[in-house]
Design a protein. Sequence first.
Length: 256
Amino acid sequence: MNSKGGILLENTKLPQTHTEKEIIKTVSAPSVFAKETLLYAEETCYIKNGTDPNPVDGKQKGYLLLYILAENGKLEYQGQHYFLKAHDVIFLDCTKKHRYSPVSDTGWEVIFFYFSGAAAPGYYKYVADHTNCPVFSIDNKKTVQSLFWQIHSLHNKQADYSELLISMNITRILTEICMFHLSEPVQSAQYPDVVNYVFYHLNTFYMDKITLDMLAEKFFVNKHYLMREFKRCAGKSIMEYLTEVRLSKAKNLLRY
């Protein structure tokens, strides 16, 4: 591993897949002004073809924002399991144990940063109060992806204006996440895992053909059990809920 100017770059060969693993990581200490006033990044990282899981024991401080650029993954957080796909954003409290990793042996491509700041706990609490799901499939994907790249670039440059612009961009990402719950369901951590998976599937693949039989087969569960548990948790049938999701998405498109 080589270190130059605070940027850590690692390139290693993975013989089993013949792909090159790339990591670009920057760690820096914030200024006094940033710590007292701004949302600030402490570490930014870009990983391509990474296959290793990233377990966190809950001893690290701050928060994590991660954007999946390519391939699928999985997340364990607060006793729940989540599927991750390209363009998903995850928002985690690093003091809580979690583990995220790619599904494929060839790895995935992600960009993320650890951040803190006086306003950070308030943003996290706002999101947690509205949804227990830390995974977000935000409609404005291109803008959010661009914001992640800008934060990564600014953190590498360490210019005089970097901290101000990083704070602005973190705020924009958090605002997108806070708005997300207005059109998405509140998922309870007390729901059965299969119900959370179905919630996620319906809100992600709502444009695809979806039937009760298809969902039961996909998640290896009896369709009558799935139908009963979903209605108990959501207060409506799967098809009723899917119709509402589709109508909500259509209304959001009409706004723009």
